[in-house]
Design a protein around this ligand. Structure first.
Ligand SMILES: CC(=O)N[C@H]1[C@@H](OP(=O)(O)OP(=O)(O)OC[C@H]2O[C@@H](n3ccc(=O)[nH]c3=O)[C@H](O)[C@@H]2O)O[C@H](CO)[C@@H](O)[C@@H]1O
Length: 363
């Protein structure tokens, strides 16, 4: 099988693509892949770490308001389509799969025009602009939340879930805490603001750093690459508590998720696919800066089922965050209930479902 995958910008679009590649490789070791991304996006770092051929196109996002930038974006889009057609003709894929982010727009569109089988994978409960546009041209739309169904042509929608759920559920639970300077026998809270970090979450936690430093449990605090130096400076000022370890970014996050007891995070859809796959209780602070407030809707799908506690950014403060962490981590019964309710929402079979959809289209 020959597959082109395209998705990028942030981890939430890239990791599902990488997880899908892993899933196909597991079943068809001779399968060949080409990943198309942008040079500037996070995908250029993440995909290059894997042994996957990577090519780029030059494209920017579309602004919702009218602007001169949008005219340039349209020109870049058509240039991207023509470069994508070239790459597709050279590689001769059986299928082209887009996992969101604006880079997959020209790639998947070009494939549909060349009559190559196409799928877009939507991670969120409310789709982004690119996937909505592409849904008119593709053969199938694979969704992760049932709530996304109504945004797409009904006959094309298949509820596969997010292949990263499979990766998270299958990963070995080797001890990553010791590697990170933590105690593997203590309860651990992971604080992470999505693939690029989130300043409001960082600020809230920094407010209570000294109190948190006296807790019996410990923290793995992932700041995001761009915020790392600022946070580190503040942590040093507060005496660098030994039960709090700071990292800018974590590679192979599913391994770490298996080692922690609670996650405080944004409500990015791929993170949620991972936590539900393994039943990890969460405190979610949806980003209010995303299209159609989709993170809050992602988060509600969990909290409405007892799987997560939501704190909106406007009601977030350090003491409130620590109180919510205590309420879950120090109450076995509550933790157990959240664990069970979270697990019920998981779709660890997602990788297989998406693989089967691909096979159906290319047979
Ligand atoms: C600001 C923005 O537009 N965010 C969107 C973006 O978020 P973002 O890229 O933050 O998406 P997610 O939270 O869904 O996924 C992050 C991914 O990165 C991984 N990870 C994260 C931190 C780290 O240190 N190491 C690591 O590997 C996580 O395990 C996960 O696999 O894509 C998501 C999926 O479409 C959307 O739901 C989000 O709304």
């Amino acid at each position: 099988m020959k597959v082109i995958v395209s998705g990028g910008g942030t981890g939430g679009h890239i990791y599902p693509a990488l997880a899908l590649i892993k899933e196909i490789k597991k079943r068809e070791p001779n399968a060949e892949f080409l990943y198309i991304g942008t040079e500037k996006g996070l995908e250029s770092t993440l995909v290059k770490r894997e042994d996957i051929p990577f090519k780029t196109i030059d494209i920017t996002g579309f602004k919702r308001k009218f602007s001169l930038e949008n005219v340039k974006t349209i020109i870049r889009f058509f240039k991207g389509v023509s470069r994508s057609k070239k790459l597709i003709r050279e590689f001769e894929p059986d299928i082209v799969i887009g996992t969101g982010g604006y880079v997959c727009g020209p790639v998947v569109y070009a494939a549909s025009k060349l009559n190559v089988a196409t799928i877009v994978h939507e991670q969120n409960s409310v789709p982004g602009l690119t996937n909505k546009f592409l849904s008119k041209y593709v053969n199938k739309v694979a969704i992760s939340f049932k709530e996304a169904e109504s945004f797409f042509p009904k006959e094309k929608v298949v509820h596969t879930g997010n292949p990263r759920a499979t990766e998270a559920s299958l990963v070995e639970g080797r001890d990553r805490l010791t590697d990170l300077g933590l105690n593997k026998d203590k309860k651990t809270v992971l604080i992470v603001g999505g693939s690029r970090g989130a300043r409001p979450i960082n600020d809230a936690f920094l407010e209570v750093l000294e109190v948190a430093g006296k807790r019996d449990y410990q923290f793995l605090y992932v700041t995001g690459e761009v915020h790392y130096d600022t946070v580190m400076a503040k942590v040093q000022e507060h005496g660098n508590p030994p039960n709090i370890k700071i990292a800018p970014f974590i590679h192979n996050m599913p391994e770490v998720l298996k080692n922690v007891h609670l996650i405080v995070a944004r409500a990015g859809a791929t993170t949620l696919a991972e936590v539900t796959a393994i039943g990890l209780p969460s405190i979610l602070i949806p980003s209010p800066y995303v299209t159609n407030n989709h993170q809050e809707k992602n988060a509600r799908a969990l909290s409405d089922n007892g799987a997560a506690v939501i704190k909106l950014e406007k009601e977030l403060s350090g003491p409130i965050l620590l109180k919510e962490i205590d309420a879950i981590l120090l109450n076995e019964k509550k933790w157990e209930q959240m664990h069970k309710d979270t697990l019920k929402l998981g779709m660890p079979e997602s990788g297989k479902l998406l693989y089967e959809l691909i096979k159906q289209l290319i047979k």
